[in-house]
Design a protein around this ligand. Structure first.
Ligand SMILES: [Zn+2]
Length: 307
């Protein structure tokens, strides 16, 4: 059997993994002094982690500049250059609204990660209960030597735990994907607000083969139909559905489920859907009504963009 001390050690191991993940990906500000102490005690150099290295901030920044810079330029940019850019003074400065969005993203992400920790603690607890039951049944039924039965049940326990810890890593991968796509979406939406104002609208590019939930949420009549149009700030963040039964789900911003790749896109004022080209386009007699007052200027690499 695992002793209570060993169980406690396993739980501590899970905790420190979770704290480490939060510190390196979300924000140190979301950890308590006690949790930071735990990280320091296992050699994590907490003070050396900079905001620009965090997953939430990076994905948000990528979302913002993806609204400003042509896709071709962005695709040709490597990760190191991108990191250098967002850490430099050339990065679009974030206003208090955008900083608030990042804080709220951090809190959302925190509940994703805490969910993993609780799941594994519960599973390990259950693995123990199952093995304990097995141990007693074995002892009774076969009436074999106690020593052998003990050995057998220990093997079951350690196999179960090893199997669970294996999927621990996969769960982290899923959370990384979710956090980065959520933050990317928020970055894009924040950019629309910055550039087009509070009445800006967007539509969601739903991938071919996307799940029925995304098709229903973002399109008016199935794959290939006209996308629904949303106003900035209209859709709640993805965690609006956490812990709810599917029947009670509401339409949220992407990612609306794990591994969702649906991407929000701005809808220029006056553009209409063309079913033939499957795009939003200006109508034939299109004339932009009012010239926008402010424009976002952005310097990326050796180029300057004004949108
Ligand atoms: Zn989707």
């Amino acid at each position: 059997m695992l002793t209570p001390t060993q169980l406690e050690q396993l739980n501590k191991l899970i905790d420190s993994k979770i704290y480490g993940f939060i510190a390196k990906n979300i924000s140190i500000d979301q950890l308590t002094p006690e949790q930071i102490k735990v990280l320091k005690s296992i050699g994590v150099q907490v003070d050396k982690i900079l905001p620009k290295d965090l997953l939430t901030y990076q994905s948000f920044a990528l979302g913002m500049i993806s609204g400003a810079i042509p896709k071709s330029t962005l695709n040709a940019t490597n990760y190191e250059a991108f990191k250098k850019y967002i850490g430099s003074t050339k990065m679009i400065p974030l206003n208090s609204y955008e900083k608030g969005v990042i804080r709220s993203l951090e809190r959302q992400s925190l509940s994703d990660v805490a969910g993993i920790g609780n799941k594994y603690k519960k599973t390990i607890g259950e693995a123990l209960n199952t093995s304990e039951r097995q141990y007693f049944e074995d002892t009774l039924r076969r009436n074999i030597q106690e020593g052998r039965a003990k050995k057998e049940s220990l093997r079951i326990i350690s196999n179960n735990i090893a199997k669970e810890l294996d999927s621990f890593g996969r769960d982290f991968d899923r959370v990384v994907q979710t956090i980065s796509h959520n933050a990317f979406t928020e970055g894009r939406e924040a950019f629309y607000v910055k550039n087009y104002g509070n009445d800006a609208k967007y539509w969601v590019d739903v991938f071919q083969g996307a799940c029925t939930w995304c098709v229903k949420s973002y399109l008016t009549g199935g794959i290939g139909s006209e996308p629904k149009v949303f106003k900035v700030g209209e859709l709640p963040p993805p965690n609006a559905n956490y812990g709810k039964k599917k029947a009670d789900w509401v339409v949220t911003k992407p990612s609306s489920h794990p591994y969702c790749r649906c991407t929000i896109n701005p809808l220029p004022e006056g553009y209409v859907w063309n079913q033939d080209t499957q795009q939003f386009e200006p109508p034939k007699d299109f004339k932009r009504k009012v010239e926008r007052k402010s424009k976002v200027k952005i310097e990326f690499g050796d180029k300057r963009y004004e949108i």
